[in-house]
Design a protein around this ligand. Sequence first.
Ligand code: MGD
Ligand code: MGD
Ligand code: SF4
Ligand code: MO
Length: 747
Amino acid sequence: MAHTPPTASAADAPIHTRHGACNLCEAICGLTFQVQGEGPQARIISVKGNEADPLSRGHICPKAVALKDLHEDPDRLRQPVKRVVEKGAQGDVTRWQPITWDEAFDAVVEGLVQVRERHGSHAVGVYQGNPNVHNWGNITHGHLFFSQLKTRARFSATSADQLPHHVVAHWLYGHQLALPIPDIDHTQYMLVLGANPLASNGSLMTVPDVRTRFKALKARGGKLVVVDPRRTETAAIADEHLAIDPGSDAAWLLSLVHTLFDEDLTQAGALDPLLDQVRAVREAVAPFSPEATAAVTGIDAATTRRIARELAAAPGAVAYGRMGVSTQAHGVVCQWAIQVINLLTGNVDREGGALLTSPALNLIQMKLMGPGHFDAWRSRVRGAPEFGGELPVSVLAEEMLTPGRGQIRALVTAAGNPVLSTPNGGQLDRALSQLDFMVSIDFYVNETTRHADIILPPTCFVEHDHYDLLFLHLAVHNVARYSEAIVERAPGALHDWEIYSELARRYARRAWALERGGVKARLSGMLTRGIVGRLAPHRLLAIGLKRSGAARAGLTLARLRAHPEGIDLGPLKPSLGARLQARGKRIGLLPAGIRRELPLLVEAFTGAQADAAIAHTAGTLKLIGRRDVRSNNSWMHNSERLVSGKPRCTLWMHPDDAARHAVADGQTVTLASRTGRVQVPVQVTPDIRAGVVSLPHGWGHGRDGVQMQVAQAHAGVSINDLTDDRLTDRISANAAFSAVPVWIEAS
Ligand SMILES: Nc1nc2c(c(=O)[nH]1)N[C@H]1C(S)=C(S)[C@@H](COP(=O)(O)OP(=O)(O)OC[C@H]3O[C@@H](n4cnc5c(=O)[nH]c(N)nc54)[C@H](O)[C@@H]3O)O[C@H]1N2
Ligand SMILES: Nc1nc2c(c(=O)[nH]1)N[C@H]1C(S)=C(S)[C@@H](COP(=O)(O)OP(=O)(O)OC[C@H]3O[C@@H](n4cnc5c(=O)[nH]c(N)nc54)[C@H](O)[C@@H]3O)O[C@H]1N2
Ligand code: SF4
Ligand SMILES: [Mo]
């Protein structure tokens, strides 16, 4: 059903039903809202799962209802603000002064242009946070502004997350977004490493209602195996749980590949004719027998060999690894090995294995997203490689703190909270306070944006329309879904895309003389920005559907509007082989970056060094993360209903470790690392591997100047005050959040 037409907006005003989606996490559940009244005063009175949604089938989690809280949150900024510091008797007092949009845009452009004029374009940095990929207006219009900054200092949450997936997809399949998605609804065997979809609702696997899908997998005789140092919600419902030692997954995965060769289990299936360098992989993994790596992984050789056999024998099996194996020292090797396992067992591009999706608007096929490039340049201070034009966020603070040409002196943060979400956030916090100029596009004064000179607040999710440009590429079932805004925005409020459009326009005018290229190139840039900038995302969607051929097949914007619950486009089908062949491409199984890396790991994973490393870390604990279904990274803790109940920011510790450190359940300890220390209550539980402790991320709202009252009352501490910007994936420099050495300090 489409929007019911507006009528009145009093307290006894009629109630309307509106269908939309939830954009908080990758599950993108279909929602049904009850809205009372009309116009900006309308109130959301209920949020439920939409049973008619072909993907989410009525699923919902507690966070969806908090979309209403976000809409009503008195702490949410509704007008641009400027930070004013006044000298008071007790020291400096910071005040946020409301300003007009006109003043705000001019101040932002002026602040950025001045830094660029004085220090060069790379002195202006950009950090784009996670909601950028959940809010389509940022994807359609953000680049109009950011591309003009002509800076290499581009950063995003990608390098605190899934970067290794993109590097491997780029190497193996020729495109950063060519990510085969587990066919969870048809597989007979699923090996899950470092992911907890029961809490996260899936990632790089858009899978609403994952519990029901796992149940169905088991009901049809399939098997679920979870590899995680913690007995997670997902591990608890699995057939088998292997509590691996954090950070050692690469060794274990290499042993699985080793076993596939060693026991003659490879059968590459339909993609076999496209595979190159199979023998080279066989040779490269030869040293990593399950017997040789067992000491490092904590998984005995017989189990490893059995899992390899089970994977090879199942009629449709898939290995899937996410955060826990991405954000560690060997993230790229892990993700590479996972693809190799799926390829060598014939499970890539096979029903029940891992397949590419067929979204109505395919960013790869339409060439709207580039294939990616790796190591085309490196960061100034540490020499970390770029990927796809972005540098890893682990180097952001040092690029601000280290003097010299190219030092970052101004920053734009867009829908991100890097103080709480990036490694060694405490250092970044200090670095932000030293910038010459900072602007944040965000609706909260939070741990990061409190450093901004200007904050530009966009509308919130229920106030704008939505088409999932990205996550429909990652869904376990093909659907197309467009939904209108649920409630009308307040007068004068701007959507993210409008903010970018206006910033792009004003920046181009002011920075005309700084732009590279001749007058003609600059004019054509202005023309594109002028045209695209004025087209709302839904107009671009309509054009995209026409260009992609989807409209000809009946998928017009009008039809999508008529079906806000979504249109079922069917299960995943093999297409990767055909797409590669069409481009004359083959799959080189051993990319140069991996060929160089594996020999360097032999000692650490199998030799005397492994034993030495184990002995060396004996005095410390290994820190890992944790997600809870009621949190959403760092920014939904201002909803009372999501933070009520027992505090969740606790340190999980195994009873053996608690006994060794003489720590009781509930006791507050000081946990320290190279980068910082926090005080946190301990939760003693057998559901974590001995020697490992776990803290959730996204907490730590107690910092001065944060203006989120509910979150501050449930502050918790930030795990990223302990994680380390120097601990990164050896290949991509992605943040390594897993297995950070920490210790308990005597208090
Ligand atoms: N409720 C909720 N849902 C979310 C989010 C949220 O914050 N809250 N965030 C969203 C985002 S942005 C993302 S990217 C996804 C992430 O989705 P997931 O990848 O499913 O995220 P996690 O729940 O963090 O799962 C990571 C798991 O890895 C384990 N782990 C840690 N270290 C290691 C290791 O060295 N080896 C192995 N094998 N396992 C390890 C942890 O114990 C944890 O269970 O979730 C999304 N969904
Ligand atoms: N130790 C550790 N650290 C982690 C992780 C972990 O598992 N462990 N997980 C990592 C992962 S997977 C991720 S994705 C990152 C997330 O890292 P970030 O993206 O930096 O952090 P978020 O908490 O998602 O912050 C989102 C910000 O966007 C704002 N926002 C929300 N919606 C919108 C919108 O529509 N428009 C605008 N303009 N702003 C909006 C919010 O107010 C908030 O300030 O954190 C990473 N950090
Ligand atoms: S699982 Fe929850 S947060 Fe994620 S999309 Fe669905 S309702 Fe929203
Ligand atoms: Mo993420």
